[in-house]
Design a protein. Structure first.
Length: 352
């Protein structure tokens, strides 16, 4: 599996019923732009409509995240993530039953979403809000894949999900994410182009291109190759991580303001990066080696995220899909005044 965030992810604000239609149109346009057929667009539209309606009914306001990704062989998927800061879901099991409702509706919303999605998961905290993930996938010839677990595109041992959004007012993000996973090994890159807008995006996407071409490189080698290749751009902060589940090792090399951390139930361990700008300054690319622990989670993010986040403050979240973790970090720790990217990687517990 190789995924590069070349498709723009979208945030749709939801605060009243008129925006349900806006969200549905945004999702339909996105799916059409990546070649989905009418049946797949219809399924996606139903999910988006139900999730948006749930926000209005139960939380008054929230956001819908539309997060497409594409693998090297042409497979595509869209994560639809509904986030709010409402009262939370008091009884999730009942909420998934058809006919159950706390808002006077027919009560078919969550059950319908779960049936339509290739993967569906919820994280909800009383008084803090809810994050619902509905993943929809298609293969290269346009037929839908069945619900086959956490990562519909790939059955690999490592799961990875990311969000990558531009600062308000820009059409493109200066941040980019690249993922390469094969079996028990994976390499991951987050790049933050200097500044914002198109020129920043050119730098970070060039980093993705070079990363994709350096298939046998270590994180340090990949970073040095990216440094050489970004000299004609405005430069970027870049970090590269490699995980080997069999060897239980994580290697990490970073320059600039990309943060990396290993998250465990007992706490968070920050990974070391050096100061500098890849492509512009004389940089010190140094590789650090860490133990990759059983049950560990890797988080890499740009400085669009505040530094004081703690996933261990959310009981039960470490067992959720990486997309849920990334969305909670976005919801609760976004600076709101910068491009933002968050990449979350975990070992697939069903394949460990």
């Amino acid at each position: 599996m190789e995924i590069i965030s070349t498709v723009v992810q979208q945030v749709v604000a939801i605060s009243d019923s008129t925006q349900v239609g806006q969200a549905r149109r945004a999702a339909s346009n996105l799916a059409e732009s990546i070649g989905w057929n009418e049946r797949q667009i219809g399924k996606l539209s139903l999910i988006v409509t139900e999730l948006s309606t749930n926000i209005v009914k139960h939380a008054s306001s929230g956001e819908l995240l539309l997060c497409p990704s594409e693998s090297a062989n042409g497979n595509t998927q869209i994560d639809v993530i509904a986030i709010d800061r409402g009262p939370g879901i008091s009884d999730l099991s009942k909420s998934l039953e058809d006919g159950y409702s706390t808002a006077g509706s027919s009560g078919t919303g969550l059950g319908a979403i779960r049936r339509q999605a290739d993967f569906f998961e919820v994280f909800s905290s009383s008084g803090s809000g809810t994050v619902l993930l509905a993943r929809v996938a298609s293969n290269q010839n346009g037929s839908a894949n069945g619900g086959n677990g956490h990562h519909v595109i790939s059955p690999d041992r490592l799961q990875a999900s990311f969000i990558c959004f531009p600062i308000k007012g820009e059409r493109v993000s200066g941040d980019s994410v690249a993922i390469r996973v094969s079996g028990c090994q994976g390499m991951f890159m987050v790049a933050d182009g200097l500044g914002h807008g198109q020129d920043a995006a050119i730098a970070s996407l060039e980093a993705c291109k070079i990363f994709a071409e350096t298939t046998e490189a270590s994180p340090r080698d990949a970073l040095e190759n990216i440094h050489s290749g970004l000299r004609t751009t405005r430069g970027a902060a870049v970090a590269v991580a490699m995980i080997d589940c069999d060897q239980r090792v994580l290697k990490y090399s970073g320059v600039g303001n990309i943060a990396g951390a290993i998250v465990l139930p007992e706490g968070t361990r920050s990974l070391v990066s050096h100061n500098g700008i890849i492509g512009h300054q004389s940089v010190r690319a140094q590789e650090f080696r860490y133990e990759w622990p059983e049950g560990g989670i890797l988080v890499m993010n740009s400085d669009g995220l505040l530094t004081n986040w703690r996933l261990t403050n959310y009981p039960g979240i470490l067992q959720k899909d990486p997309a849920i973790l990334a969305a909670v970090l976005y919801r609760d720790f976004s600076r709101g005044r910068d491009d933002l990217s968050v990449l979350v990687v975990r070992e697939n517990p069903s394949r460990a």
